[in-house]
Design a protein around this ligand. Structure first.
Ligand code: HEM
Ligand code: HEM
Length: 225
């Protein structure tokens, strides 16, 4: 008998909505707002920390947040893709097989975007903290990643949002509301504790490491006027 149980712990939900806010801001500060590069840097550092947090949470977090519990096996993916558009497709308590791959792709591209940002310049006054210490080849690769991968990310995000709306309103699986409340109607077992203390310790450690990496460790910036 299905029950309304807790699937997404608070740290995972906070992660998701902070990620949405951060990516939206990065898009606006890079492409639409003038003189916003300082904000682009600061929020880029926050996103770097946020993704690092999620990677550790994917190893140590609660059941459905852990990557090892994602249904990533190709056979599951093929089986699920055949029923993808059906209203009565199999219900997964956590991410479904296709969604799991989409999540991994988004996390990976955002991580690459945040890391490559540390090595690029706007060709005016601002450069990422490690721009001056790497070779021309590394600069080129990083610029290629930073200025091209975001378009791929936008496509995946578009599909992701369309899929979420499709599930919520056509299939009537309450997945969007579950990203707010954490709870889903399912036969599966919910999580019983959210490991909030562990999440706090990881968040503090990750924040300290990110600060050290982007503020303390880099060389003094050189400017040529
Ligand atoms: C910048 C935009 C967005 C990005 C980068 C993004 C990224 C992600 C990621 C990485 C996850 C996995 C969460 C985790 O397990 O840690 C996720 C899940 C989810 N997102 Fe988003 N998201 C975005 C926007 C949205 C929006 C606008 C909605 C609502 C309409 C939404 C609805 C969901 C839902 C429902 C899930 C859970 C999917 C499931 O039950 O399998 N996302 N998203
Ligand atoms: C997840 C984090 C990030 C995202 C999603 C992101 C996204 C973007 C996008 C979409 C652009 C515009 C690309 C284009 O013009 O084709 C851009 C430009 C840029 N980004 Fe990022 N970025 C992130 C992090 C960073 C970080 C951490 C830094 C540096 C510390 C950085 C530095 C720059 C610079 C210098 C530019 C060039 C701006 C210009 O030419 O006006 N980014 N970024």
């Amino acid at each position: 008998m299905s029950q309304n149980v807790l699937i997404w712990d608070l740290p995972t939900r906070l992660f998701h909505w902070l990620l949405v806010a951060g990516i939206t801001t990065q898009w606006l500060t890079a492409e639409y707002l003038d003189n916003a590069i300082d904000w682009h840097f600061t929020i880029g550092y926050c996103l770097l920390g946020l993704i690092a947090f999620r990677l550790v949470w994917g190893l140590l977090g609660t059941h459905y947040a852990r990557f090892s519990n994602y249904p990533l096996h190709p056979i599951k993916g093929i089986h699920y893709s055949k029923q993808l558009l059906r209203k009565d497709s199999e219900v997964y308590a956590g991410h479904n097989p296709i969604g799991s791959w989409a999540v991994i792709a988004m996390l990976l591209i955002i991580a690459l975007q945040a890391i490559s940002g540390l090595f690029v310049t706007d060709d005016i006054f601002s450069e990422g903290p490690y721009y001056s210490v790497v070779s021309a080849e590394v600069k080129d690769v990083m610029a290629f990643i930073h200025f091209n991968f975001f378009d791929v990310l936008l496509w995946i995000i578009g599909l992701h949002i369309a899929a979420a709306l499709f599930y919520q309103f056509y299939k009537r699986q309450t997945i969007i509301t579950a990203m707010f409340s954490g709870k889903k109607e399912t036969d599966a077992q919910g999580i019983t504790q959210q490991k909030l203390w562990l999440a706090l310790v990881i968040a503090i450690a990750v924040a300290a490491m990110t600060y050290w990496l982007v503020i303390v460790l880099p060389p003094e910036p050189e400017f040529y006027y």
